[in-house]
Design a protein around this ligand. Structure first.
Ligand code: AMP
Length: 113
């Protein structure tokens, strides 16, 4: 199976501004930022979308949620950031490799549009 765009970024086959990585995940700046801080946090494992994650992915998913605040803090926003996961094309998912949007640095409305 061919690699996803985000796998290629993880494997450094496509350039990106990587801000964090460990054995399970990679975080890089979004190419079209929607906020002063807009980072994609992706598992190295190419899960297509959250609804396709399996019980065996539990610790990986937990790792993503525990890592996101550290990345936000490193960007200067330890207690004011938003996480978003688009699950499916109908709600805006365009890259089918699970990713957590980390957004910070401006006011955010609720509910999101
Ligand atoms: P989504 O619409 O939830 O699937 O989000 C995909 C995100 O990936 C969008 O915010 C895009 O701007 C971002 N994106 C697409 N290609 C790249 C790339 N080569 N490097 C960094 N971010 C990207």
């Amino acid at each position: 199976m061919s690699k996803t765009l985000f796998e290629k970024i993880c494997d450094r086959e496509i350039p990106a501004e990587i801000v964090y990585e460990d054995e399970l995940c990679v975080a890089f700046k979004d190419i079209h930022p929607q906020a002063p801080v807009h980072i994609q946090l992706v598992p190295r494992k190419p899960i297509t979308m959250l609804s396709n994650a399996e019980p065996s992915d539990q610790s990986l998913l937990g790792h993503l949620l525990l890592t996101a605040p550290k990345i936000a803090a490193a960007q200067g926003y330890p207690d004011a950031f938003r996480l978003a996961v688009n699950n499916g094309a109908a709600v805006g998912q365009s890259v089918f490799h699970l990713h957590v949007h980390i957004l910070a640095g401006r006011p955010f409305k609720w509910p999101p549009g």
